[in-house]
Design a protein around this ligand. Structure first.
Ligand code: ADP
Ligand code: ASP
Ligand code: MG
Length: 439
């Protein structure tokens, strides 16, 4: 059995849904994980936001706009009046529920319930469409098996123990459909796996059922060697090691949610990235294989803050770094990149919610300097020390760009450069020109 996840654009219109239905109705008994139709989760976030600001009028207006859009989609998706009416009725209940939040004070769990409706709508629409096509399809609610534990992490044991028996119960089913993104927390309240988290759902489900493969279907033919939103002539990378994919996802390659790689890697299940708009394209396979001596791809992560602390106390002292890192730990702020010298240390963070507190504490130990609006450029590939000269190829590609920090040697797969966000486009273009597009 495989797990196939289709993102928001892939199910973003009735035409696209029909296209996905054709792709999944292929004689294989698989689990299909769907995102909300594109734009829906953003609208739901706005609705929740209006409610929490007590702006009921705007919340209601947005709900009605969504209702009109979905009514139109439903009339285009189905041919039979019955399928149209059944689906309209179901979605009407959802819109009534959304309107009912105007009558109450919104809790955190209410907000998450509002956000969950997009996936509930898309999966019901697809299920009813497949039924209309005569397919034996079973919709399984993610709330029945996807649960967070007391630490807010997915409860893998619960997932495997509940999902596998559900699948066994439906021996006659040809296709299973379920929602990405949504789950319950350990108090049985509605929760989610963070924005873009449907990729994570697919990977968790794949690991829980020991799937043969996890497929992430999106609007591009796999992981490209650079960010296609910024650089022209990017090309798909046909194979990545799990670690390479994880680095690229973490450092900004939006095609894959950073959390997606770990469960698949842990369970040893290959992940394939495929294009719904061009299903015949090769895409990218992510597995345990390292293509020797190859620079694979580049990614960039914005909104980075660099903090530097310089202290003569660090000279020949032990325990200085521990003191510095403990301050970040105390404020639940993770550090991405670190460089050190005999008298100072520079660190990057992407969450500056506690920056003021952290700086306050750091100033007890040395002179502190902060650079905001920075960017991490991450070059990924087989960078083991046996492969000589990569650092020089990469650094010479960046010769026009002022570099604030360089981190190399932390892993076999990654060199990171910290530059100003304003130089990001130039840096990505130069890396493409010098590394990938030399022909
Ligand atoms: P989905 O809605 O299917 O989850 P996403 O929008 O999350 O899709 O991810 C697909 C998008 O990721 C692509 O349209 C592309 O613009 C963007 N992207 C950013 N970096 C890369 C990259 N290195 N390779 C491929 N796509 C990338
Ligand atoms: N619908 C959710 C979002 O837009 C989850 C996802 O698409 O992966 O964030
Ligand atoms: Mg995505």
């Amino acid at each position: 059995m495989k797990v196939l996840k289709f993102g928001g654009t892939s199910v973003g219109s009735p035409e696209r849904m029909k296209n996905v239905a054709k792709l999944i109705n292929n004689g294989e008994k698989n689990i299909i994980v769907l995102s909300a139709m594109s734009g829906t989760t953003n609208s739901l976030v706005e609705i929740a936001d209006y409610y929490s600001k007590n702006n009921l009028e705007s919340a209601k207006a947005m709900i009605n706009t969504l209702r009109t859009k979905y009514s139109k989609d439903i009339s285009e998706l189905y041919t039979s009046k019955k399928a149209q009416q059944d689906t309209l009725q179901l979605l009407d209940q959802i819109f009534s529920r959304l309107l009912a939040f105007g009558e109450m004070r919104l809790t955190e769990s209410d907000k998450k319930e509002i956000l969950s409706k997009g996936e509930i709508m898309s999966t019901n629409m697809m299920t009813n469409y497949l039924k209309e096509q005569g397919v034996k399809v079973t919709l399984i609610s993610a709330f029945d098996f996807m649960r967070l534990d007391e630490n807010g992490e997915p409860d893998m044991k619960f997932l495997a123990d509940t999902l596998n028996p559900i699948l066994k119960q439906h021996s006659e089913t040809e296709i299973f459909i379920t929602q990405g993104f949504i789950c319950l927390n350990n108090a049985n309240q509605i929760d989610n796996l963070q924005r873009g988290g449907s990729d994570y759902s697919a990977s968790l489900i794949g690991a829980a059922i020991k799937a043969e493969e996890i497929q992430i279907w999106t609007d591009i033919d796999g992981m490209h060697n650079n960010d296609p939103r910024i650089v022209d002539n990017t090309k798909p990378v046909h194979q990545l090691h799990f670690e390479e994919a994880a680095e690229l996802a973490y450092f900004g390659a939006k095609i894959l949610h950073p959390t997606c790689v770990q469960p698949a890697k842990f369970a040893g299940i290959p992940v394939r990235l495929l294009n719904t708009m061009d299903p015949a394209a090769q895409g990218t396979i992510i597995n345990n294989y390292t293509e020797e001596g190859k620079i694979k791809a580049v990614a960039a992560k914005d909104n980075i803050t660099v903090i530097k602390i310089v202290s003569s106390r660090m000279l020949l002292a032990t325990g200085f770094l521990r003191k510095v890192f403990e301050i970040f730990e105390q404020y639940h702020t993770s550090i991405d990149v670190v460089t050190t010298s005999e008298v100072g240390v520079s660190m990057t963070i992407d969450n500056d919610s506690y920056l003021a507190n952290i700086l306050e504490e750091l100033k007890k130990y040395g002179t502190v300097n902060v650079d905001r609006d920075m960017c991490i450029i991450c070059v990924v590939g087989d960078l083991r020390t046996c492969n000589k000269g990569f650092e020089s190829i990469i650094t010479s590609a960046l010769k026009k760009v002022p570099v604030r920090m360089i981190s190399y040697g932390g892993s076999n797969h990654n060199i990171s450069f910290i530059i100003r966000e304003a130089d990001k486009t130039l840096a990505l273009q130069e890396l493409s020109r010098n590394i990938f597009n030399q022909d």
